[in-house]
Design a protein around this ligand. Structure first.
Ligand code: FAD
Length: 396
């Protein structure tokens, strides 16, 4: 039995694993969190999302009246689901941002808003994107400048620019943070909204990334008229709402830890295929040492993930637990992919689609995407700041 697992959780794991094998969609697995490549993939991912909700494998922490599992849910089960999706090489649900907005609506929205959006999220129909980051507000998100100006009748007029919007080009709705009170201190003058992405004035421009795919977008908002029902919670409660919904995303790192374990296995396998000094690289002491070092890092990360989840469910979580796990998984991701490319030599620089590319370009994709993980959801530098200040009590 794995560290932190009980017989009941192992039984649940077997059930999820069987479900994943029987139902996972035929969508190619790429590194990281990626958008559907075309409408066909999007349709498959929506169907998959509906199945995951119906089985109670996602959304289990919602209140029962909205489809949650009540006492049958536990954060440990969320970890198991994340791990089994990764182990079965299955994609996650189509709309990561929908989970954030669902929690925002459950905790702060009106009953009308919950009835309007939650069923469509569960059925996989509604795709949401997260309209938080801006060209000069990422790490310091509270400095965001997109404005939501109150208008007569209780609505808002929104103008500004968002960027790095994952799934923006597929989204029906956006979960937006915008400045509602320019005179208030920066964290206190922000509102949270739901924006219909088809409204006049919303312009979505896909960005092509170095991975060769378009996973995120720039989104321009030009005098977009929102009704009063677009606002979630109070006019200046946006910062609290955003942080509270982000805090629900604790188990995502478990998926990443399993992906890294898989990469360690693939790295060993690669090292036994390629040569160093005329012999299989796996026989080289320096190669063994490096793989051992990376594998130890991944094992430590997995243990940390379980310890964090257990502390979280007991209410004893420390402020630097999540930053430590985020820092470890994203940096290990870069190190593993870089070493794989070193081992692969010339063939390692070829990408997917080139017949000579090693492992069909898998390591190039891993390497190019891995940097993104050191930025998304809080960069490595920010994580180190949090660990230093909150964990080690060092001065700012
Ligand atoms: C793959 C991916 C997907 C994303 N998806 C979304 C999305 O769907 N929606 C969304 O809203 N955003 C999304 N983002 C944006 C992401 O949240 C931001 O990129 C992130 O918050 C960093 O902000 P930034 O890019 O503006 O960098 P900046 O904040 O400008 O940072 C630039 C550099 O300065 C460093 N730095 C900044 N402040 C400090 C400090 N105080 N101390 C030390 N170093 C510092 C950073 O570590 C970084 O190296 C995504 C990003 C990526 C990579």
């Amino acid at each position: 039995m794995e560290y932190g697992m009980t017989p009941e959780l192992e039984k649940f794991r077997a059930e999820v694993s069987e479900f994943v094998a029987a139902n996972k969609p035929a969508v190619p697995v790429k590194a990281g969190v990626r958008s559907a490549e075309d409408a066909g993939e999007l349709a498959l991912l929506k169907e998959w999302t509906a199945k995951l909700f119906a089985a109670g494998y996602i959304g289990a922490d919602w209140p029962e009246e909205y489809g949650g599992k009540g006492a049958a849910h536990s954060p440990e089960k969320d970890v198991v689901v994340g791990e089994e999706l990764a182990r079965g090489r299955a994609p996650a649900a189509v709309q990561g941002a929908a989970h954030l907005v669902a929690h925002a609506l459950i905790d702060f929205g009106t009953e009308e808003q919950r009835q309007k959006y939650l069923p469509g999220i569960r059925s996989g129909e509604l795709v949401f994107c997260q309209l938080f980051s801006e060209p000069s507000s990422g790490s310091d998100l509270a400095s965001l400048r997109t404005k939501a100006v109150p208008v007569e009748g209780g609505g808002f007029r929104v103008s500004g620019q968002k960027v790095w919007t994952t799934n923006g080009h597929w989204a029906d709705y956006g979960y937006l943070l915008a400045r509602t009170d320019p005179d208030a201190p920066k964290h206190k003058g922000i509102g949270a909204f739901i924006v219909d992405m088809r409204l006049p004035g919303v312009d979505v421009r896909p960005l092509r990334e170095m991975t060769g795919t378009s996973d995120f977008n720039e989104v321009f908002l030009d005098n977009v008229e929102l009704g009063p029902d677009a606002l979630i919670g109070g006019v200046t409660q946006g910062w609290l709402i955003a942080n509270s919904s982000l805090a629900h995303e604790r188990s995502a790192v478990a998926t990443s830890a399993v992906r890294l374990q898989q990469n360690i296995e693939a790295l060993k396998e690669l090292a036994s295929r390629v040569t160093r000094n005329g012999r299989p690289a796996i026989e080289d002491g320096a190669v063994q040492e490096r793989i051992g070092e990376l594998a130890a890092g991944v094992a430590a990360l997995s243990a940390l993930v379980y310890a964090n989840i257990s502390r979280w469910s007991r209410g004893t979580e420390r402020a630097y637990d999540a930053p430590m796990a985020k820092l470890m998984f994203s940096e290990l991701g870069v190190d593993i992919a870089r070493f794989a490319l070193d081992l692969a030599g010339e063939a390692g620089i070829l990408v997917e689609g080139d017949e000579n590319a090693i492992d069909h370009g898998r390591w190039q994709d891993e390497f190019l995407y891995a940097r993104g993980f050191t930025i998304a959801g809080g960069s490595s530098e920010i994580m180190r700041n949090l660990i230093a200040e909150r964990g080690l009590g060092m001065p700012r």
